[in-house]
Design a protein around this ligand. Structure first.
Ligand code: GLU
Length: 505
């Protein structure tokens, strides 16, 4: 009988979630949904020295914003809890002890000074990166070199010690990756990783295997950077639970920035967000910009992430989450790095802005306008959004594209008007004001007709007065149709803005 699909995202709460982490979440989520399975969020916080306050809450918030909420998590425990590894601490020791008993792991009592001495000695012999492995373990203080009595004595005295895996010599360790196919490692090149630390906490390597087993995980999607750890994990599966119980793995391709592997620093260097949401490091108070705050819609963010490493084989580029659930297939994820292109990312957002209804966008735009102390009525706001949304790539663009509907522009680009300004135009605008004053019904199309008639009567081409009128109302050479603006801002405001500009000209 095939097992129910269960996948997990297992972040360490050490900082903000960048694009790569979010894409891992997304692929896990899609795979789970597609297979009627479950998506688990497990917090891997066994390395207390790297724990960063706030990082866990930040992860929950990112998942919520993106609409990728897990079925089980520390906030929503299922039957496989706890969902934080630090709270599972008592579960791991027995597995580590079993490995020692079976001869697959050993106690190591070396002090930090002894370890340092080993590194120095090895370096002086010309070894580039000395490590605790088959070459060095024989010279160290561990249960492979000490007598049983000595080991018993050290243990009973409570001597600080760790448990290390004993990597076998010259063994080929392989597995079939869902994306890369057959992948093999030479066991002789891998060091004897610590599995259980002196404080009794497991390391990532032991905890990830034990928890994937206990939580009945069937598939694991993770970043390519975890591939070097795979041989250790495979052996642990083999020694503890049998290789058949091991989840199927997919190591996702790297995301590439303008200069090779996308780094967190690229964001600042090239001016694009790397994190899902703004992340303020509590240790430095430095804030790195996020896609959310930059003005991306979650739908667009998900869409662009999905295509960083996958496509459906057609030209289709815009996908809803539901479509992705249907169409995503791990066979079409490529192993080569996926290039992130910020211009393309903005294009996705613009397309998603267009796809959203004006009413759906209204609360988001309202929030942004509130930051510049503009509080429009819902009705007007929805109309304005309909007029300007084609021009907005990022949500904050709405502020620039729509503020003038609600307040007179603070600055007028009169330099664009002055060179061709003359008495005929001044007369035209004076007449236009009079005409507007007498107009009872305020409809853009009628006003435009009046305006053209007055221009014709004054021997002015309508085109010549449109730009000055726009600048008087908007402040610059942008915005939707002039008479759409005139209609929305209303009679009094239109006249007042024209008069003000005439004074300045
Ligand atoms: N805790 C690891 C991380 O921070 C999880 C890696 C894995 O998925 O096995 O990414």
């Amino acid at each position: 009988m095939s097992r129910k699909v269960r996948v997990r995202f297992a972040p360490s709460p050490t900082g903000g979630l960048h694009m790569g982490g979010m894409r891992t979440i997304l692929y896990n989520y899609l795979f789970a949904r597609q297979n009627g399975g479950e998506f688990v969020l497990r917090i891997e916080d066994t390395d207390q020295t790297r724990y960063v306050p706030g990082a866990e809450e930040y992860i929950f918030e990112c998942l919520k914003w993106a609409g990728l909420e897990p079925d089980e998590s520390p906030l929503k425990p299922g039957q496989f809890g706890p969902y934080r590894q630090s709270e599972r601490k008592p579960m791991y020791r027995s597995y580590a002890e079993k490995l020692v008993k079976d001869g697959n792991a050993y106690y190591a009592f070396d002090t930090p000074e002894e370890l340092e001495r080993m590194r120095q000695e090895f370096k002086s012999e010309g070894n580039a990166s000395p490590q605790y492995d088959r070459l060095t373990r024989g010279n160290m203080r561990n249960s492979l070199t000490l007598s049983n009595e000595e080991v018993e004595k050290l243990l009973s005295e409570g001597t600080p010690h760790v448990i290390r895996i004993k990597m076998p010599e010259s063994e080929t360790i392989s597995f079939t990756d869902m994306i890369r196919g057959e992948v093999s490692f030479d066991s002789s090149l891998v060091d004897d990783k610590v599995l259980l630390k002196a404080d009794g906490m497991p390391t990532y390597h032991l905890a990830v295997v034990v928890d994937d087993y206990l939580m009945q995980i069937t598939h694991a999607f993770r970043g390519e950077e975890w591939l070097p750890s795979a041989p250790v994990h495979i052996l642990l599966w083999k020694y503890l639970f049998g290789i058949d119980a091991m989840p199927q793995w997919a190591h996702l391709p790297l995301i590439l920035g303008p200069n090779g592997k996308l780094s967190k620093r690229d964001g600042e260097k090239y001016g694009f967000p790397v994190f899902a949401m703004n992340w303020t490091d509590p240790r430095t108070n430095h804030t790195a910009e996020g896609f959310r705050e930059k003005g991306f819609l979650p739908e667009a963010f998900i869409n662009l992430l999905a295509l960083l490493g996958w496509n459906d084989g057609t030209d289709q580029e815009l996908f809803t989450l539901e479509e992705l659930v249907q169409k995503f297939s791990i066979d079409r994820v490529h192993s080569a790095g996926a290039k992130f292109d910020y211009e393309k990312a903005k294009w996705f957002n613009q397309e998603w802005i267009k796809r959203k209804s004006d009413a759906e966008l209204a609360p988001l735009v309202k929030q942004l306008l509130a930051t510049v102390a503009i509080a429009p009525t819902d009705e007007t706001l929805v109309r304005v959004i309909g007029l300007v949304k084609e021009r907005c790539q990022l949500l904050p663009d709405f502020v620039q594209q729509s503020s003038f509907f609600f307040e007179a522009p603070k600055q007028l680009d009169l330099d664009a008007v002055k060179p061709k300004w003359n008495d005929a135009k001044r007369l035209f605008f004076a007449e236009l004001i009079r005409n507007f004053q007498l107009t009872q019904t305020w409809v853009g199309a009628d006003l435009e007709r009046n305006c053209k008639e007055i221009a014709a009567a004054n021997n002015i081409k309508p085109g010549e007065v449109m730009l000055p009128l726009r600048i008087m109302l908007v402040g610059g050479k942008f915005g939707p149709g002039v008479f759409d603006i005139v209609e929305i801002i209303g009679k009094e405001e239109t006249i007042s803005r024209i008069e003000k500009a005439l004074h300045l000209l």
